[in-house]
Design a protein around this ligand. Structure first.
Ligand code: ADP
Ligand code: ZN
Ligand code: ZN
Length: 728
């Protein structure tokens, strides 16, 4: 075969879970650089990928067996820092590089230049004249942002007919746009709030780090309400002063940060660009293009924002760095906080980890001097730290079927009398976690998971919180068929709300749980109504612990402070302490002092003691000592191996084979196999092993060799989880 013009070999990475890169030939008249987006043939398909190397190692495959690249897309190359990061994450997490690349380019039509297109802007006169379906469209609109017909449909969850109808009726007007719209620049001239002495000291430190423009990790620790956000805004401001600098702020659950966005706008005149999984395809594409073209200056996003193609990353902030939601536990397993430090290192820029309750991992790094450590010990303004007390439930047991003790009821009553707001915290969605038959003892279970179905009274459903399976609440016991014998056991937030309603019929209640308040708009609205003091008592799950500032809220009651302490994993106590300290931090954030009451059957437990006495240093030191003695992270390395499959026997057989092939080396310990705590999940049987090594051991190498040495039986999936956070 003769080639028409001289060719050269390049390697292309496709955003697919394939083993490694593929060799192609690029025609010499098409100059390619590493990072270029190209289209290539694979089998009978045309696929899009990225040139990963223009100087590949020698290969045995003769050049005339290779196929030619079709062409290159007209967009900036994938920045080198992101290519490096993708390779690093793949190696660290034992994932395929293509699977990691996929996270970086998971944007609709990412590679194609935007053509001119027609979008529609709402132009409704009187919303009261709208039909119900059109009103829904009206209500989901964000400002006067124009959207395509399809995006309107997606956003409002409606059919195309409704939107076309509105266009016809003149309730929407067409706008022609070319390319992606640019985002407005944040305004660096807005006057900043006056900082307190300790805020200023921390702020100055961060400004200096940003100016120095080198890698340095810092822990920004400060009591709840100390003004950590204002302080890291100083760093953001400093970074914005230099043209072209890009800034990434990672937050645990973007949908829950309406207040944060408002504060950003107050400080910088514009909302930042947001990035999370709920964006419409058009919003995703616009943000991604804005980032790769260097137009977007500040992104606030969920962990996946780490994989955006920043041209000039100059600062990363990880807010609420202790949050377990930074850990991704499907596909590519990675910890967003840890990877943020790696990304900053590779981009040679500072990273700030902020929290009132830092993770032990971060604290240890601060204590041994690896991270700078800035501490804010006082709440901003006149606010004091709340008074914290335990209620011993053995002394004040509520009546059967009730959950609030007399002292908590009394405190609620007095707070209501004073016209102040209260929050009851229980980290359990729904009405009751278990439905039981009084006659035969049958417990209603999910058919696909080893978990009970949770009753949701509002919707009349029993629902699995793991797989989403649900059924209507039956009248008869499914086992013994007795009528009306099913009883609800234990409380969820709906049930606590029911009790409060009976106790204080005149009080205005709001339930905040992820299923009551699903859309960001609804969350925003509830938060705003609490701030406006249209609510007396809030009953909420962990979504209320996420940094909200409610100035009139003075009482926090923790319904079950023991929940979560019994879990067997090494972070149970630490995580419970973090959660309760955060929820307690919602009390008394303005002029009026706050009180926090913890209902507990174990008032002497170290976690409760640390909260009530305020002696967190001692508590965390004990936790750190225990981990050090057991050689657990951050003092040793840990990885989990999770096996899953539809057929129980093949899962167990593979688990046993792995156990037999386990590496026998000094400093390496294999625990298990054992059935996972959730031994059956979404129809899959699950087994787990744990690998624990000394800190100096390369745990990835050990795992790679070990897992490669065993061929799974049948369709068993073997997944490695480096630095596991949950052990379900
Ligand atoms: P943290 O994140 O440390 O819990 P925040 O940053 O939410 O604290 O600050 C708590 C409240 O105090 C917020 O309403 C914030 O706007 C306000 N605040 C903090 N520092 C200042 C300041 N220097 N000037 C004005 N308001 C401030
Ligand atoms: Zn029964
Ligand atoms: Zn289920």
């Amino acid at each position: 075969m003769t080639t028409l013009f001289p060719s050269r070999r390049v390697q292309v990475l496709l955003p697919l879970p394939l083993q490694g890169v593929l060799d192609y030939l690029s025609p010499e008249d098409l100059p390619l650089r590493e990072g270029d987006f190209v289209e290539v043939p694979l089998g009978s398909k045309r696929l899009q990928g990225v040139v990963w190397s223009c100087d590949p190692p020698p290969s045995d495959v003769p050049e005339d067996r290779l196929k030619h690249i079709y062409g290159r897309f007209d967009l900036p190359a994938l920045p080198e820092s992101l290519m490096k990061f993708i390779d690093w994450v793949a190696a660290y997490s034992l994932s395929l590089p293509g699977a990691v690349l996929k996270m970086a380019v998971s944007v609709p039509r990412a590679f194609e230049q935007a053509k001119s297109r027609t979008v529609y802007r709402l132009s409704v006169g009187n919303p009261d004249d709208l039909t119900a379906a059109r009103k829904k469209v009206y209500e989901v609109a964000v400002g006067d942002m124009p959207l395509s017909v399809k995006d309107w449909c997606d956003l409002a969850g409606t059919g195309e007919g409704v939107i076309r109808g509105m266009i016809k009726a003149g309730q929407m007007t067409a706008v022609e746009i070319k390319g992606e719209d640019l985002f407005p620049e944040p305004d660096v001239t807005v006057s900043a709030p006056k900082l307190s002495k300790e805020q200023e000291r921390a702020g100055d430190h961060f400004r200096a780090l940003v100016r120095r423009d080198k890698f340095q990790a810092s822990l920004l620790e400060g009591v709840t309400g100390a003004g950590k956000t204002e302080v890291y805004f100083e760093a953001v401001h400093e970074a914005l002063l230099k043209p072209g600098n890009q800034i990434l702020v990672l937050v645990p659950e973007i949908a829950l940060t309406a207040q944060w966005l408002d504060r950003f706008r107050d400080r910088f005149g514009e909302e930042p660009v947001i990035w999370h999984s709920e964006l419409t395809p058009a919003q995703r594409r616009r943000a991604w293009w804005g980032v790769i073209q260097g137009n977007v200056r500040v992104i606030v996003g969920a962990r996946s924002a780490l994989f955006l193609p920043f041209q000039n990353l100059s600062l990363i902030v990880v807010d609420e760095e202790h949050s377990p939601t930074f850990k991704q536990e499907d596909g590519v397993f990675y910890h967003g906080r840890d990877m943020a430090v790696v990304r900053a290192h590779q981009s040679d820029c500072p990273v700030i980890l902020a929290s009132a309750t830092p993770s032990l991992e971060t604290l240890v790094n601060a204590q041994n001097g690896k991270y700078d450590w800035l501490y804010l010990g006082e709440r901003h303004g006149p606010a004091e730290m709340p008074d914290m007390q335990a209620i011993d439930m053995r002394k004040y047991p509520p009546a059967s079927g009730e959950w609030l003790s007399d002292p908590l009821r009394e405190a609620l009553k007095q707070n209501l009398g004073r016209g102040e707001q209260s929050l009851l915290y229980l980290n359990r969605r729904g009405y009751a976690p278990l439905t039981l038959c009084r006659t035969c003892g049958h417990r209603i279970q999910c058919p696909h998971c080893s978990a009970w179905l949770v009753e949701h009274k509002k919707t009349g459903k029993l629902q699995c919180h793991h797989c989403g399976h649900w059924m209507g609440k039956p009248k008869h016991c499914p086992e013994c068929e007795s009528e009306d014998s099913l009883v609800a056991c234990g409380p969820g937030v709906e049930r606590v709300a029911e009790e409060v309603e009976k106790l204080f019929p005149e009080a205005r209640l709001a339930v905040m749980a992820s299923d009551e308040l699903s859309t960001p708009a609804e969350i925003r609205e509830t938060v705003a109504s609490i701030v406006r003091h249209e609510v007396d008592i809030v009953i909420g799950t962990q979504i209320v612990t996420k940094g909200y500032h409610f100035p009139n809220l003075t009482l926090v009651g923790v319904v079950d402070a023991d929940l979560g302490l019994s879990g067997g994993d090494m972070r149970a106590a630490e995580r419970t302490w973090q959660q309760l300290e955060q929820v307690a931090g919602r009390a008394g954030r303005a002029e009026k002092p706050g009180t926090v009451l913890f209902q507990t059957f174990m008032p002497e437990h170290p976690v409760i003691d640390a909260l009530v006495s305020g002696d967190r240093d001692n508590f965390l030191e004990q936790e750190a000592n225990a981990r050090e003695q057991q050689g657990m992270p951050p003092f040793g390395r840990l990885a989990a191996v999770i096996l899953s499959g539809a057929d129980y026997n093949t899962v167990v057989t593979t688990a046993r084979q792995l156990a037999r092939a386990a590496p026998k080396m000094a400093g390496v310990q294999i625990l298990g196999p054992a059935p996972a705590p959730l031994a059956f999940l979404r129809g899959q049987h699950r087994y787990r092993l744990l690998v624990k090594t000394e800190k100096t051991v390369n745990i990835q190498n050990i795992l790679r060799r070990w897992l490669d040495s065993v061929k799974p039986v049948g369709a068993v999936r073997v997944q490695a989880d480096i630095d596991p956070v949950s052990f379900f």
